[in-house]
Design a protein around this ligand. Structure first.
Ligand SMILES: *Cc1c(COP(=O)(O)O)cnc(C)c1O
Length: 223
């Protein structure tokens, strides 16, 4: 909306791409998923105007509210990534909107996605840091879950994880675990790395990074 938002954003996108490159990633091949959670549709619109086509949302309500705004605006098509904890009863409303379901961590959720969006592209979320407040299946459960989802007809493209809280150095061993699992399962996509730890993720072969605050600034705490 405001031109200063657009100008700030252009600079921040540049800075994030530099960070990816400095960590050894090819900014053309590492997909930057811009996480607009906690911001209104004007921020998602600014992201789209700035040329970001992959947008991530945690909360179904926000995604459902923003998607039509972008669809009716004069910006190019965007691809919505569902990256948050997902309840089965939200899947139906999201089915026509979501491009990549990144946070599938259990078979019953996968079954509902397969029912409402047959053949949808999904990632299996893995909790590599064993922090109980995080979503994700355990690394040892991931192979079976992948098989179940494939059997449901879903297009399992890879794995997703949220790094251990703390420094990037704290997160890196978990990213290495995700990489090893994805290699073993022969899955191409690895969604890992956020504003604070994207270098560690890129160094471990991230193909998608999910970045919010480094692009859009701090979020209001959720009430
Ligand atoms: C919020 C969030 C992000 C982005 O976090 P930042 O620290 O703002 O970059 C990425 N992934 C998930 C799953 C998130 O919930």
């Amino acid at each position: 909306m405001t031109s200063s938002l657009d100008a700030d954003l252009a600079g921040r996108i540049e800075a994030v791409r530099h960070r990816i490159a400095a960590a050894g990633g090819d900014p053309e091949r590492v997909t930057l998923v811009a996480v607009t959670k906690g911001f209104g549709p004007e921020v998602a619109l600014a992201a789209a105007r700035a040329g970001l086509v992959d947008l991530g949302e945690n909360y179904a309500q926000e995604l459902i509210a923003k998607a039509p705004v972008l669809e009716s605006a004069d910006v190019g098509a965007v691809r919505w990534h569902a990256i948050g904890r997902l309840q089965r009863n939200k899947v139906r409303a999201l089915a026509g909107i979501v491009h990549l379901w990144q946070s599938v961590d259990r078979a019953d959720l996968g079954a509902e996605i397969a029912r409402r969006a047959p053949g949808a592209a999904v990632l299996v979320q893995v909790n590599v840091s064993d922090e109980p407040q995080k979503g994700g299946c355990t690394p040892s459960d991931a192979p079976d879950l992948v098989t179940r989802l494939v059997d449901l007809g879903l297009d399992v493209r890879g794995l997703m994880t949220i790094g251990r809280a703390g420094s990037a150095a704290d997160a890196r061993p978990g990213f290495a675990v995700l990489r090893g699992l994805a290699d073993r399962l022969d899955l191409p996509e690895r969604s890992m790395g956020m504003s604070a730890d994207l270098e560690a993720a890129v160094a471990e072969g991230a193909t998608l990074v999910r970045v919010g605050s480094a692009l859009f600034g701090p979020r209001q705490p959720r009430t």
